[in-house]
Design a protein around this ligand. Structure first.
Ligand code: CUK
Ligand code: CUA
Length: 643
């Protein structure tokens, strides 16, 4: 109904623009009156409405926060397209319910323990010369440090790597300009050896780190053996960004506990929060991954933890690959400008944003001009001498995103609930818009790449409070769309996010995504290769070896072949299923009653589901997608008998 209404509004708005008094415009007046819509509301609707069949200009990938998933939606329509199961089982896609996806999902943690959720924060695309390439997407898990790779040719998660040294992370995933590395920086410091150590050993044993995951583009996989880490002091590292353009080769990581405060309300000490914000400044870590890459070749520079190379602070300092710069109190976002020259940092407890000039940083590094060193021997650069300037923006500056227009940046103000548009070269505020409420990340289209597109910005609000129909104490989050095409920013749409706290989003021009619509026949989507159990028409069969039964089946409108399978109680049963369809969107699903297995079998895909037939009886299996008029007839029986 609302869509229909919007459609008539669009028509009418254009008629109005032509100055045509018409029936439609009187309809519009009536509707506007009935629904209490202002002219501004009608314009906002016209800017976001997509008639049926019209595609969006940008596609947004949002972290799903505690859901461990990724959410995909379009801009400007804000229509949700997909959830991608990443760290969490997702039954529709069979993710975590078929054998091939279980191999990706059920990685476990460093102790081999199975973990079925994740806290996703920062999605990032593959890049070429700092511009986004719609081939792969990376996302981190803050809670159980891992990085996942999503293949954007089919929007499926194809790899999860477990960080071998961290216990918590936040500065991931950030990608170097040609996708050489995916950067993952730790958050809460912990002993790298995963052993017990009391808090008294904080300064001596607890550590942060940054892991540089090597991405093998041809294989579409992170190469764990070629990856390495750099040890950091226990300063509680935070967001990171990779340099580009003139800062290519460098990377930047914030931290918020230069105090190395260890708290203890149970011991009568002020809590973490009080002690960690005592100092006026924390440290930005400035490091060169190209130099670290070389250091990682020589065993004298690193220690091995869990088979993984960790370059020591000492070796990095000696090589001139690691520096610290003070930054305003409790920083959060660090965002490198499209040309790579400036690094903008927001301090949550400071009203300013700080613009660092990489040229000035580089000059001090080249001259070896330091104001001292931290307790771990890392040279510290003079903050004043590296700053281009600071601008007072308001309360709680968090994150930044860039505009297509050179020198223009947008910053989120968490406490003030605003987006500020400002000029980071001439250091002046240009505009501000209220958002609802308490914004975290924001994104202008491709706004963190070397070629931002502008046009729209997204505000990722942490609280929605009164924006939507109440659905209980756990409120949806609110993604607000802002038109940034004109001189004044205009808020034009609210999208309730129902699935977790989406800390960050990343957007890409829709034409940069070229997903396939069907698979080459017999594809194992998780490996991208032909499935060893691909079954074509006429090859359907049941093979038995001891108590292992393998069913090689096919799916096509509107039958499952075979339709009857008999096994003995206790048999290990594997159904291999190939969808023989060649038409797009002719997906079949596969479920067996009572055995907790499900597969989504898109055209051309082959999947496997394995279970132990531990219960005697008759179990219908069926197709779970309404695929044809005879969908309900697409079924069969599994007979489990006591031998
Ligand atoms: S985020 Cu992860 S704490 Cu500001 Cu990048 Cu919400
Ligand atoms: Cu195939 Cu329903």
């Amino acid at each position: 109904m609302q869509r229909l209404l919007k459609q008539s509004l669009v028509v009418t708005a254009s008629l109005l623009a032509l100055g045509t008094a018409s029936l439609a415009s009187s309809d519009l007046q009536t509707i506007m009156k009935e629904r209490k819509l202002t002219e501004k509301d009608v314009l906002a609707a016209a800017k976001t409405y997509q008639p049926s069949g019209r595609k969006d200009e940008f596609v947004v990938f949002s972290s799903g926060g505690q859901s461990g998933q990724i959410l995909v939606y379009g801009v400007p329509s804000m229509r949700i397209y997909k959830y991608i199961g990443v760290f969490t089982p997702e039954p529709w896609q069979g993710y975590g319910f078929d054998d091939d996806s279980k191999k990706v999902l059920r990685q476990g943690d460093i102790r081999g323990r199975e973990i079925n959720w994740g806290d996703t924060h920062h999605p990032n695309f593959t890049e070429k010369n700092g511009e986004y390439v719609g081939d792969y997407l990376f996302i981190n898990d803050k809670a159980n440090p891992r990085i996942a790779v999503v293949n954007l040719h089919d929007f499926e998660t194809t790899q999860i790597v477990v960080n071998p040294i961290m216990k918590s992370e936040h500065g991931g995933s950030f990608v170097t300009p040609n996708t050489e590395y995916v950067i993952e920086a730790s958050q809460y410091a912990a002993p790298l050896d995963h052993q017990y150590h009391p808090i008294e050993e904080y300064e001596a044993v607890f550590r942060g780190a940054v892991t540089l995951w090597k991405f093998d583009y041809a294989k579409g996989k992170i190469d764990e053996k070629a990856s390495f880490s750099l040890e950091f002091p226990p300063y509680m590292q935070d967001l990171s960004d990779a340099g580009k353009g003139e800062s290519f080769g460098w990377a930047f990581t914030n931290s918020f506990n230069s105090e190395m405060y260890t708290g203890g309300i149970e011991k009568g000490l002020p809590p973490f929060e009080a002690g960690m914000s005592r100092n006026d400044t924390d440290y930005m870590h400035v490091y060169n991954w190209q130099m670290l890459e070389k250091l990682a070749q020589d065993p004298k520079n690193y220690k091995i933890y869990h088979g993984h190379r960790v370059i020591s602070i000492e070796a990095a300092v000696k090589a001139g690959a690691l520096f610290l710069i003070p930054e305003p109190k409790s920083p959060h976002g660090v965002d490198v400008s499209p040309d790579g020259r400036y690094i903008v940092v927001g301090g949550k407890l400071d009203t300013h944003a700080s613009v660092y000039d990489f040229r000035k940083i580089k000059q001090l590094i080249d001259k070896k001009e330091f104001i001292g060193a931290d307790p771990y021997g890392i040279p510290i650069l003079d903050m004043k001498k590296t700053l281009h300037g600071q601008v007072e923006l308001g309360l709680g500056p968090l994150h930044h995103t860039y505009d297509a227009q050179d020198g223009i940046i947008y910053t989120s103000l968490y406490v003030d609930s605003q987006i500020v548009k400002w000029d980071y070269k001439n250091l002046k505020v240009l505009d501000r818009v209220n958002v609802h409420y308490n914004i975290g990340h924001l994104d202008s289209m491709e706004g963190k790449s070397a070629k931002p597109k502008g046009k729209y910005a997204l505000a990722l609000d942490k609280l929605s409070i009164d924006r939507f129909n109440p659905v209980g104490p756990l409120h949806p989050q609110n993604h607000q769309l802002i038109d940034i095409g004109g001189p004044k920013m205009e808020l034009i749409y609210d999208l309730p996010i129902p699935l977790g706290e989406p800390h960050d989003v990343i957007s890409i021009a829709a034409d940069k995504l070229k997903p396939q619509v069907t698979y080459p026949m017999g594809t194992n989507s998780r490996t991208g290769k032909q499935h060893e159990a691909m079954t074509l028409a006429g090859q359907e069969r049941v093979e038995r070896k001891g108590n292992e039964v393998k069913i090689y089946g096919t799916l096509i409108r509107s039958h499952i072949n075979p339709e009857h399978v008999t096994v003995n109680k206790g048999d290990k049963v594997t159904f291999y299923l190939t969808n023989l369809e060649r038409a797009q969107d002719e997906t079949h699903g596969f479920a067996v009653s009572g055995y907790n297995v499900h597969a989504s079998v898109e055209p051309g895909k082959t999947v496997a589901v394995t279970f132990t037939a531990d219960e005697e009886g008759v179990f219908p299996y069926y197709c779970t997608e309404f695929c044809s008029a005879l969908h309900l007839e697409m079924m069969g029986y599994l007979y489990v008998k006591d031998p």
